[in-house]
Design a protein around this ligand. Structure first.
Ligand code: URA
Length: 236
């Protein structure tokens, strides 16, 4: 990649600003000052230093967002605030949410521009687990829990794949439970709970694959994935 393009992608400055920086001799490649903006660098192997700092090039960005209710899972929307509006405008190019949460659903959302990883996480054949914390009203019988666990008819051509159900609390007609599913059908959790005799009053995604929502994140805020989180996610 051209040196000026490399520095621009790292947001050191605009293309014309980085050209000036390079021409001044402030950028070193493998210990030598390089004054030609068109100089070709090997971004994976060359050591590039600017202002005394070694620059490192990350091809893709990965953010964990704690999606609040009221925000739509889209890259653009004419009426509503989108999940991308919660990231800084210079967070990266081509970012998109991996999978979809309803407008009123909260919780874990991965935002990246790594299309290959997103494709793998969403591929139906991969059966990546998604865990939701849900508060429900209504009556969910033991028999209905068994149907959720076996695969329940939600009005589609085929029943859902078996889910894991953990009842956290149960009062007369109020439940809190964790539901782990491996598909991503439209309004899937709400429809599964409805088919089981309940009604979701609150829904929050707490995990996707190996990634769990960071309990220190405030609603509406985000952080970059750690190296460890990324490695584990890529191994799925
Ligand atoms: N299932 C739903 O019903 N809604 C979501 O947002 C995610 C899963």
């Amino acid at each position: 990649m051209r040196l000026d393009k490399y520095l621009t992608e790292l947001q050191i400055g605009t293309r014309s600003q980085v050209k000036q920086i390079i021409r001044k001799g402030s950028v070193f490649v493998n210990g030598e000052p390089v004054k030609k903006p068109e100089y070709s660098v090997d971004e994976a192997n060359d050591t590039i230093i600017y202002n005394g700092k070694v620059l490192s090039y990350q091809k893709y960005q990965y953010f964990m967002l704690y999606k609040p209710a009221g925000v739509v899972t889209a890259t653009k929307d004419n009426f509503d605030k989108t999940v991308l509006d919660l990231l800084p405008s210079d967070a990266g190019k081509g970012l998109f949410p991996v999978g979809r949460l309803d407008k009123d659903t909260e919780g874990l959302l991965l935002i990246t521009n790594d299309g290959e990883l997103a494709h793998r996480l969403l591929a139906p054949k991969k059966h990546v687990e998604k865990t939701y914390y849900t508060e429900c009203s209504g009556t969910i019988s033991r028999e209905a829990v068994a149907r959720l666990e076996q695969g329940i008819d939600i009005g589609d051509d085929t029943p859902t794949k078996p889910a894991k159900v953990k009842i956290l609390s149960q009062m007369t007609d109020m439940y809190t439970l964790e539901l782990t599913i491996t598909e991503g059908r439209f309004h899937q959790v709400k429809r599964m709970i409805a088919a089981a005799g309940g009604q979701v009053t609150y829904l929050k995604r707490i995990a996707m694959g190996t990634l769990t929502l960071d309990s220190t994140l405030e609603k509406g805020s985000y952080r970059v994935l750690t190296e460890q989180e990324l490695v584990e996610l890529k191994q799925l």
